[in-house]
Design a binder for this molecule. Structure first.
Ligand SMILES: CC(C)(COP(=O)(O)OP(=O)(O)OC[C@H]1O[C@@H](n2cnc3c(N)ncnc32)[C@H](O)[C@@H]1OP(=O)(O)O)[C@@H](O)C(=O)NCCC(=O)NCCS
Length: 169
């Protein structure tokens, strides 16, 4: 059974793709994948995050030169807030989102980040399953958070075990 759950590429392959892609920071290459849940960010929203927002980072994954996934976050003090995550429909269920989040958490942990959190729609079963499998748990609910549907958001967080203890939260 273990073999069937392994990603079809190695973590190091994924990790080696991301820094180069992130360093290029070309907003034009980041196109919102079609999403099942909610309204994708506009190009202007990506551009703002990448070029203006000093606490934001966006990482992308390319396979065969094609952008197939992205994750955006804010890092403020010792906290990471995952603000956007999507994988192209053709590449889902291959471990990409898991690798993206694990890379971000591992990187943050190494720099003393102690907490990561995010919002998710209660109806987004695939994302909920992903986050729970990575140790996130629901800590609250924001009423009417999503402007497009008026849906509430579940707030999920994970404490980063092994993070340096010298950071104030
Ligand atoms: C949510 C999303 C990012 C997951 O990306 P992904 O690369 O397919 O996810 P992974 O392959 O890394 O899956 C990791 C785990 O997530 C859960 N998961 C992912 N897709 C799932 C699905 N369709 N049904 C149930 N669980 C699912 C599983 O626990 C899975 O582990 P497993 O494959 O070992 O069972 C992707 O479905 C997506 O882009 N959705 C649209 C955008 C979106 O909803 N983003 C999240 C906003 S909060």
């Amino acid at each position: 059974m273990a073999a069937s759950t392994e990603p079809k590429w190695s973590t190091s392959e994924c990790a080696s793709v991301m820094p180069a892609a992130a360093a290029s920071r070309r907003p034009a290459e980041i196109r919102p994948a079609s999403t099942t849940h909610g309204t994708p960010w506009s190009r202007a929203a990506f551009r703002y995050e990448i070029t203006q927002n000093r606490v934001a980072r966006c990482l992308v994954v390319r396979l065969d030169g094609r952008l197939v996934g992205y994750l955006c976050l804010w890092e403020i003090g010792y906290e990471i807030h995952i603000t956007n995550l999507a994988v192209h429909p053709d590449r889902r269920r291959q471990g990409l989102a898991r690798s993206l989040i694990q890379s971000v958490l591992e990187d943050g942990r190494g720099r003393g980040v102690t907490l990561a959190f995010l919002e998710v729609r209660p109806t987004n079963a695939e994302a909920l399953g992903l986050y729970e499998s990575l140790g996130f748990s629901v800590i609250g609910r924001r009423k009417g958070y999503y402007f497009d549907t008026g849906e509430d958001a579940l707030v999920m967080e994970t404490r980063l075990a092994g993070a340096r203890s010298d950071g104030a939260v």
